[in-house]
Write a protein that binds this ligand. Structure first.
Ligand code: FAD
Length: 473
């Protein structure tokens, strides 16, 4: 796909091998795509999962974003179904940071859940293989064949060359709405004005953190205290000392993922255009330079980190936002503030809107803090519904999206783009695809009462009293 319309064009006419047909092709094996593929395969669909990198988990593994957004409203766990099963499996396999206790998951408001990316990779491999999903790693969806509002097949590219794969249904879980855009579905490119785009971050892994340092105390409260001090006192000090090459006032910080290791979500690459390969490439070079600056910052300023070593930066850029579909419905900040619940909701979620500062100015940082801690926070016991209709490109029959490229405004996106929400959306669209294949109902006119009932049967927490056969529009 060429995003630059002024480039000269070249017409390629050639025949490529065609594969057998599938019930469902899922593009992208991140949280959303993996959940979609596994849940659909468990419901009997012959499912192909196409992933550009060599592992499942998306940002959580390839991107080293080693922390799930909150899974509770502070009173009860909001996630059920596939995501709950994943949490339970990770807990049993000691895949979380060693300080993650059950209370974290069950009833802690705004508590992120750190994990080991390598453990997540293995668990998702097992889930997918056991469900009978056919996985193709190192493979990209590069073209779509479309008739009307229906995708007939996709062209895949990998070491074997190009291949055409026909299917009955398709899920776009690429984060960038890549398949939806290739198919010609209406999309919203979020980056027309780079000043208003959530910045990207190249995340990194560290060894040699002394989490037993007295400042960290004996549980997660101590870890939080040092994390807060790092943000509010030590980082500003380092900026004042001229340590960094840019004055970035916000950094989510180092997550404890092992007894001596940490995963850093730190260092913004501002003004990066994730839909431009040149910008992405420049961003990787800059992100790696920033990671070295943060390593040195931790060694010099942060207690217990005097000996840290930077082990690796992620092989992919951590993109927070790029392109979203125009859906049957758009979830907005007004819905969020009203804590709106929907008859067709396929998940409920509680996380503050987290649209990172879009530049290094003090005003932008203060805007971020106000949003994050102020009225754009759902509070104890609150949640917003995620309706089915934000996962359907408007008017499309056999195409869904899940995860980051759903249909919402920028502020709501800053909340529900989290991995935990992406897994919930993935289960919903995998289940919807199975219903569609079984009944012939198109995505844009699916019986959402039946969908919600199936999801509830699979353990999803969907508290809405009223159900409806038609989706929210
Ligand atoms: C720096 C950063 C920090 C974050 N912090 C947190 C956090 O602390 N907690 C949290 O829960 N969330 C966090 N998020 C958000 C969260 O990680 C993502 O929004 C979430 O992973 C989205 O899931 P997804 O499945 O939609 O997309 P992704 O995780 O991006 O997965 C998409 C997958 O699709 C693949 N793909 C892309 N294009 C193609 C193609 N054409 N063909 C085949 N495969 C393709 C990619 O390789 C990738 O594996 C953060 C995000 C970033 C960038």
């Amino acid at each position: 796909m060429n995003t630059d319309n002024s480039s000269p064009t070249y017409q390629l006419n050639r025949r490529i091998p065609a594969d057998e047909a599938y019930d469902l092709v899922v593009a992208g094996g991140g949280p959303a795509g993996t959940a979609a593929a596994v849940c659909a395969a468990r419901l009997g669909l012959k499912t192909l999962l196409v992933e550009a990198t060599g592992c499942l988990g998306g940002m959580g593994t390839s991107g080293l974003v080693a922390s799930f957004g909150p899974v509770s409203d502070g009173e009860r766990m909001l996630v059920g179904g596939f995501m709950k099963e994943l949490l339970e499996t990770m807990q049993a396999r000691q895949a979380f940071g060693p300080h993650v206790v059950q209370e974290f998951l069950d009833a802690q408001l705004n508590r992120w859940v750190p994990f080991k990316p390598e453990s997540l990779k293995r668990i998702l491999d097992e889930f997918a293989v056991q469900a009978g999903v056919e996985i193709r790693f190192f493979t990209r969806v590069v073209e779509a064949e479309v008739q009307g509002h229906e995708v007939r097949g996709v062209v895949l590219s990998n070491v074997e060359g190009l291949r055409y794969v026909p299917a009955k249904t398709f899920v776009d879980a690429t984060g960038d709405a890549a398949l939806a855009a290739l198919a010609g579905a209406e999309c919203k490119v979020v980056l027309r004005d780079t000043d208003t785009v959530a910045p990207s971050t190249l995340c990194s892994l560290f060894a040699g953190v002394d989490w037993s340092h007295p400042d960290y105390g004996s549980d997660w409260r101590g870890i939080d205290a040092v994390k807060n001090r790092t943000k509010t006192e030590l980082l500003p000090q380092a900026i004042a000392d001229g340590h960094f090459s840019q004055e970035d006032r916000f950094m989510p910080g180092m997550n404890k993922i092992g007894e001596h290791s940490g995963a850093l979500n730190g260092g913004h690459v501002f003004n990066l255009n994730p839909l431009s390969i040149r910008s992405l490439s420049d961003g990787m070079v800059f992100g790696r330079k920033l990671a070295v600056e943060y390593a040195e910052f931790y060694r010099q300023y942060v207690p217990g980190c005097e000996q840290v070593e930077l082990l690796a930066t992620a092989p992919v850029m951590g993109v927070r936002d790029s392109r979203r579909i125009v859906g049957e419905f758009e979830l907005t900040i007004e819905d969020f503030r009203e804590r709106r619940q929907f008859a067709d909701q396929v998940a409920v979620y509680n996380r503050p809107t987290d649209v990172h500062p879009t530049n290094t100015s003090r005003e932008e940082y203060e805007r971020f803090l106000k949003d994050f801690h102020g009225k754009d926070n759902l509070g104890l016991g609150g949640s917003v519904g995620i309706p089915y209709s934000i996962l359907v490109p408007r008017g499309w029959n056999n195409l869904w999206v899940a995860g980051r490229c759903h249909s919402s405004d920028t502020k709501v996106h800053g909340s529900i783009r989290a991995q935990s929400a992406a897994y919930l959306m993935g289960q919903a669209v995998g289940t919807a695809a199975a219903q569609s294949v079984r009944t012939g109902q198109p995505a844009c006119d699916l019986d959402t009462r039946a969908l919600v009932e199936t999801l509830r049967g699979a353990g999803a927490y969907l508290p809405q009293a009223r159900l409806s056969a038609s989706m929210t529009r």
